[in-house]
Design a binder for this molecule. Sequence first.
Ligand SMILES: [Zn+2]
Length: 414
Amino acid sequence: MCRDVHGLASVSFAELWAELLPLGRDERSGGYRRYSWTESDAACRGWFAATAARLGLLAECDRNGNLWAWWEPSADGLAIVTGSHLDSVPDGGAFDGPLGVVSAFAAVGRLRATGFRPARPVAIAAFTEEEGARFGVACLGSRLLTGAIDPATARRLRDRDGVSLAEAMQTADRDPALLGSDDELLARLGACVELHIEQGSALAGLGAAIGVAAGIWPHGRWRLDFAGRADHAGTTRLADRRDPMLPFAATVLAARAAAERHGALATVGKVTAEPGAANAISAAVHAWLDARAPDDTALADVVADVWDLARQESARHGVEVSRAEESVTPAVSFDTALRDRVTAVLAAAGAPAPVLATGAGHDAGVLASRIPATMLFVRNPTGVSHAPGEHAEPADCEAGVEALAAVIADLAGQ
Ligand SMILES: [Zn+2]
């Protein structure tokens, strides 16, 4: 093991990446199933704590389950926060989230090896349940931290097996009674720079390895419940059916059409049918609409159009329909001064970075309501994300570490 001038083990991006890679990977799909408060989540948390210890950082878990690794925690001034998340969507890729956390540790390791000492604290964060894959609310950890979600509501959220967040946390030896806005912790934070793989291929088109985020499109998730009547597929006349699958199918097509009309994105990526028999008309269909748009009005228009059509088609087929808003995040414009400063640092380092808007939500977008925040994106050659094919080239990952190190050195310097 190599040791640096402080007698601490040096870390490379490639080494840390290789350690984290097997954790929570499904052998058959090749994708990741790192859901919060599960065994694979515990393994990722263990890796975070071990890596922090190796770098001589003070590791903590906050009241909301978010992980923090502090460099010079008692230095004067407000902390520079970097990091991302370690949880995944079902069968997600290796990079979405972990790239930001591993790059943060590698950047701190690199700065430390050069003898740099931050004049203010630097914190590496791994926010919990960013994807909302288990409990349905994206950026749950950062929303709880900033008070963007009521803790009582969060405690009652349930996974697909009916386990509540409160129960899942208790199983993991965490106290759900502590959940909620953490003003004491927020008061220690000065700015946030989250590094993330690009979830699109704009940088590839521009021939740039690194980009800076302009802002995040408003986006949200709605659950649609279609309730019909279970019946025999072979004996029930078409005219007598109350089949919830029909308005559901029309709604999926309506979502696509509404997205096209409003220059937005709309996706139905999750659906369950009850009882789910091949030879029976379903009793109920539950579907989730994910919608994102360039502005809040366009987002509201998409959702209104989809809902109108869902109601009309449900009425036509004798089906009851209801909807529940699971999470909505308004448009986020990142702090212009911070963005300009980061862009200038990268240009000075010889790596000019284009400024991009994104349709994907991030913890930095949630933190932006409380502290100046921005993001760095690392080129994704195919643009594939939330799938096992998600990829960034090793040289681009290294460029990301380099860029993040330069930004931390600037923001946390003298
Ligand atoms: Zn992410």
